[in-house]
Design a protein around this ligand. Structure first.
Ligand SMILES: [Zn+2]
Length: 482
């Protein structure tokens, strides 16, 4: 990267003053190479290039702390109607696990490339990708320019349902430990590659599928490598029942007991906590998370579509938990993630529009994500921060009239209002088009369609009861009949 300088003049800049975001009207941002070197009213020095963002809004890029980019596109037209009531409407066991058996490296590659483009369209400049192999991630990062924390999932057990009503565990402890060693070595080799855009993160898949030994070995490796940790926890009612039976308490209380929780850990979901409306457990899980310094990676839509929400975003935030946002499923849209996080919090607080503001969820999508990753150079527009920026239209149908850009973005904007995305000083979305896609947009979409059709037609072969895709996910309307 050169030290070429670019000045962005904008009507609205969400600038960081060292403590919090501020709304700077008619200001300037100057980028040198990968970094922001100036934000303020007027830059007096010389620059090599200019970007005119008059009438527009410039915000920091969003940080998606919970993505499954190699799978999520295939959630569309599939899991939106929810899973079986016997399993708490959860789709993990009867939908996502069997589907996984049908997908190979080609499917992963098709979805990954699609997702690289999809996340950029809503301004997500950083994503934690919880998936499989390193594969072609370095090539995709080089082509599309996303900032990626790759986090291959590993565990000590696989779920299965013997009867469609309960979940059991098929243990493979040694394989999990071996896999952790491989992943740690891979992260050591690749962390910080691609001009620092590709970093590693350790992701023991779920609290209930990991042994204490695997989790504590994960902590040792994370400390040695200086990388954060994420895992799914409290994401299903059956998980709580199984953990109470196995260890005598909730998964969150157990993670504290074994010494796993601290401020390097991001807890994915953390919905079914003791002390909330979703369980009858007496443990104060919200207090435990807050005291530990761990973050919550909240993906509102994946539970929202099942009619559930955090109890509540406001309650977690007010307890002192560092809140972050992710997408988890399809659509991988951080604007929607912010909007739904705010709406569900207001609903869960008994219909209180003051419960969670646009600023609260915007902070979670920027500063919260950065804090969770231990990065004070992300999620903010400030000198010394990485040049990860989003330029929104200020004159579109969704953004007009414009007084408070954050309320407009959180409650009205759509992906088409994202005009430009810059990551590490490089323009990766221009005039609303993903630069890395070039003329391949149709081809990349068609590849995902082919993978999906093959998955849909194969579902009966992997389903416990040989149910077809139409049995599992009934179409909204019956087919036309002549
Ligand atoms: Zn997930």
């Amino acid at each position: 990267m050169t030290d070429r300088t670019t000045r962005i003049r904008a009507s609205h800049i969400i600038a960081f003053d060292g403590a919090q975001h501020r709304h700077l009207r008619d200001g300037e941002i100057v980028i040198r190479g990968e970094d922001i070197v100036y934000v303020g009213r007027r830059f007096e020095g010389e620059v090599d290039a200019e970007i005119d963002a008059s009438g527009r809004v410039v915000t920091p890029g969003f940080i998606n702390t919970h993505a499954h980019m190699a799978g999520s596109p295939l959630d569309r037209s599939f899991v939106e109607g929810g899973g079986p009531p016997e399993l708490g409407y959860d789709t993990l066991i009867d939908y996502l696990m069997p589907r996984h058996a049908l997908l190979g490296p080609d499917a992963d590659a098709a979805c990954l490339e699609y997702s690289f483009a999809e996340v950029l369209r809503s301004g997500a400049t950083t994503c934690i990708e919880m998936g499989g192999e390193l594969g072609n991630l370095p090539e995709l990062v080089a082509t599309y320019g996303n900032r990626i924390y790759y986090a291959p999932l590993y565990n000590s057990a696989a779920w299965y349902s013997p009867d469609g009503r309960t979940v059991a565990y098929d243990w493979h402890e040694q394989r999990g430990l071996d896999r952790l060693e491989e992943i740690a070595a891979e992260i050591e080799a690749h962390d910080g590659s691609c001009a620092g855009l590709l970093r590693g993160l350790l992701a023991p898949a779920q609290a209930d599928t990991c042994t204490e030994e695997l989790l504590l070995k994960t902590r040792e490796h994370a400390a040695r490598l200086g990388v954060p940790i994420t895992l799914h926890v409290a994401q299903a009612p059956w998980e709580i029942d199984n953990m109470v039976e196995r260890v005598g308490t909730t998964p969150v209380a157990w993670l504290r007991e074994i010494g796993f929780l601290d401020d390097t850990v991001i807890l994915g979901h953390a919905i079914f906590l003791g002390g909330t409306r979703w369980t009858d457990r007496p443990e104060d899980d919200i207090g435990i998370i807050a005291a530990s310094g761990a973050s919550v990676g909240h993906a509102a839509w994946v539970f929202g579509r099942d009619g559930m929400g955090l109890d509540s975003f406001r309650r977690y935030q007010h307890a002192g938990i560092n809140m972050t946002l992710g997408t988890d499923t399809s659509p991988q849209n951080m604007i929607q993630a912010m909007r739904l996080a705010a709406i569900y919090s207001r609903a869960m607080e008994g219909g209180n529009p003051r419960a969670t503001s646009a600023a609260d969820v915007f902070n979670a999508a920027t500063l919260g994500g950065a804090a969770a990753l231990g990065r004070d150079d992300l999620g903010r527009i400030a000198p010394g921060a990485k040049a990860d920026l989003v330029i929104f239209s200020g004159t579109s149908f969704n953004m007009t009239p414009l007084r408070d850009p954050i309320q407009n973005i959180v409650f009205s904007a759509e992906t088409e209002d994202v005009e430009t995305v810059i990551i590490n000083g490089r323009t990766v979305v221009e005039d609303g088009l993903v630069v890395g896609l070039g003329d391949r947009a149709e081809e990349v979409g068609a590849r995902v369609q082919r993978v999906a059709e093959s998955m849909w037609s194969g579902m009966a072969t992997v389903d416990r009861e040989a149910r077809t895709i139409d049995d599992l996910a009934p179409p909204s309307f019956r087919p036309w009949e002549e």
